[in-house]
Ligand binder design. Structure first.
Ligand SMILES: C[S@@+](CC[C@H](N)C(=O)[O-])C[C@H]1O[C@@H](n2cnc3c(N)ncnc32)[C@H](O)[C@@H]1O
Length: 214
């Protein structure tokens, strides 16, 4: 079996933050951080595809007993993440590999995937969710943010065009082969997680959720 090539986010790592501000202003930052202050104290976080570490540094600041493992395929993203999280280097480990290839060490009590699951196909996401469920215990939280279909039907066509253009841009810039948003809700539910919180922006085009392992 041949695996599709990994996307290469090194090419856009240093521009990623500015491209995000230019296209969506502060919306993604606000979405990632929405539940930050409501997270209960955690000890072991597994953070997948965090990119340049803007979320992780805030999390480590807020949660003084938290140790984190950050997994990303991009060396440049991990480099930026380490620079940003330098004050907390003693609580941070990084691993440059695909999230699809990891076997979590110990049992994370917090999983974080902000705008990362949309880099996966549905079968990849199903496999990842089942793998993570196997290595977690009841009560583990999974904080995620992503794009989705907006609730008003009238906006769906416009949103579909927008998502399509985002995928096209990522295909050109990083080689990402995924073309459709996967459905994290069906994957997480089937893997044994229940949604306990959700916050929508732009009528649900952008959302963040917390799931808890049953
Ligand atoms: C769209 S960016 C999201 C970055 C950040 N989490 C955010 O909220 O904007 C996707 C990130 O996931 C990483 N990535 C893509 N595919 C991956 C994979 N299979 N395993 C681990 N990281 C991956 C990329 O290198 C990049 O840092």
């Amino acid at each position: 079996m041949t695996c599709p090539p990994q996307p290469d986010f090194d090419r856009i790592a240093r521009l990623y933050r500015w491209a995000e501000y230019l296209t969506l202003g502060p919306l993604l930052v606000r979405t990632r951080n929405h539940f930050l202050s409501q997270l209960p104290p955690r000890h072991r976080a597994l953070i997948l595809g965090d990119g340049d570490g803007r979320f992780l540094v805030r999390l480590l600041t807020r949660q003084p007993h938290l140790h984190a493992l950050a997994v990303d395929t991009s060396a440049t993203m991990l480099q930026l993440l380490c620079q940003r999280c330098r004050p907390y280097a003693d609580r941070l480990q990084t691993l440059q590999t695909s999230a699809l290839a990891i076997t979590p060490n110990g049992s994370p009590d917090l999983i974080i995937t902000h705008f990362f699951l949309d880099c996966l196909t549905q079968p990849q996401l199903d496999t990842l969710s089942l793998n993570l469920a196997t290595h977690t215990t009841p009560g583990t939280l999974w904080l995620l943010s992503d794009f989705g279909p907006p609730r008003p039907r009238a906006l769906r066509l416009l949103a579909a065009l927008y998502i399509r253009s985002l995928y096209l841009a990522f295909r050109i810039l990083t080689g990402l082969r995924v073309t459709h948003l996967p459905n994290p809700q069906t994957s997480l539910q089937a893997a044994g997680f229940d949604r306990i919180a959700r916050h929508d922006r732009l009528f649900g085009l952008i959302y963040t959720e917390i799931w808890q392992r049953r």
